[in-house]
Design a protein around this ligand. Sequence first.
Ligand code: FA5
Length: 339
Amino acid sequence: IKQKSLKNIQKAQDPNTINDIRVELLGKKGAITEVLRGMRDLTPEERPKVGSFANSIRDELNQAISKRNEMLEIDRTAKKLEKETIDVTLPGVPVNAGQPHILMQVIDKIEKLFLGMGYEIVDGPEVEEDHYNFEMLNLPKDHPARDMQDTFYITQQILMRTQTSPVQARTMEVHDFSKGPLKMISPGKVYRRDTDDATHSHQFHQVEGLVIDKHITMADLKGTLELVAKTLFGKEREIRMRPSYFPFTEPSAEVDVSCFKCGGEGCAVCKQSGWIEVLGAGMVHPNVLKMAGIDADIYGGFAFGLGPDRFAMLKYGVDDIREFYLNDIRFLRQFSQKG
Ligand code: FA5
């Protein structure tokens, strides 16, 4: 039994087989156990001899079992380690790091520029009251200029804001002029029932700007906008102001920036003119000041609403605004943050 069992233990390749052998020999009904149990039938002289012999075999087998188990364990660990070996010379798996959306990058640049000039950044709701989106901006009900921006209404009084200008009205209402002039910008999403095309999207972005103080002139507005255009697009860029109409500014202007990435003329962004309209602006209408509780005889200011989507098109030569909203990773990846 001993020789056969020792051989079997040596041959065993896994702990289960070893356990089976152990049960066969030393379990309740095991061969060695049987021998030990049979001792009571022996004569008193035979008992110690047989007993010590059976015990020594039992100990020897137990030892062989533990040793084999240890060997198998060492083997298993060695194999595992071999499998898990890391080849440090292999090239690593590249990690696809995300980055802010290109429109957020442009808005971020605009924010930094204005923060540097002492403006504060103000947030406003996208789901807005008719009162702030229109009425407080000098557009009473039935005012024909309401049609200038086709509106998504939620109820009669609640709408998706069509412009960031309501944030002007909200800020003017609460500003404390004893603490200094009002200088703010407000970036965010706006919504219009525009038909989507290369330069129009039904949801796009605006950055509102507003300065209210004593002695603010149109020259301050032009100087500020020129700085924005040149900082964002380069010194060679020019702006032009065309007389326009907004109910909340008087006089009002539409501001174009000269194209360059696409050669100036003939590209989809600039159409045939070599210019692209990027913002609306003007001197804040006295009615708007009065409605916000500001003395229009003492205070005045300028306001503008620029379109970062159009800015991004111009800056990066993107000829279709819809690219920004398709979430095509191949398009978005082009704009690394260093660019
Ligand atoms: C306005 O929305 C005024 N609130 C701007 C303003 C603010 C004027 C303060 C005076 C004082 P307008 O509708 O022109 O104006 O839009 C402003 C800018 O938003 C445009 O110059 C253009 O850059 C951008 N824009 C307008 N409509 C779209 C559109 N559908 N898709 C993408 N950009 C647009």
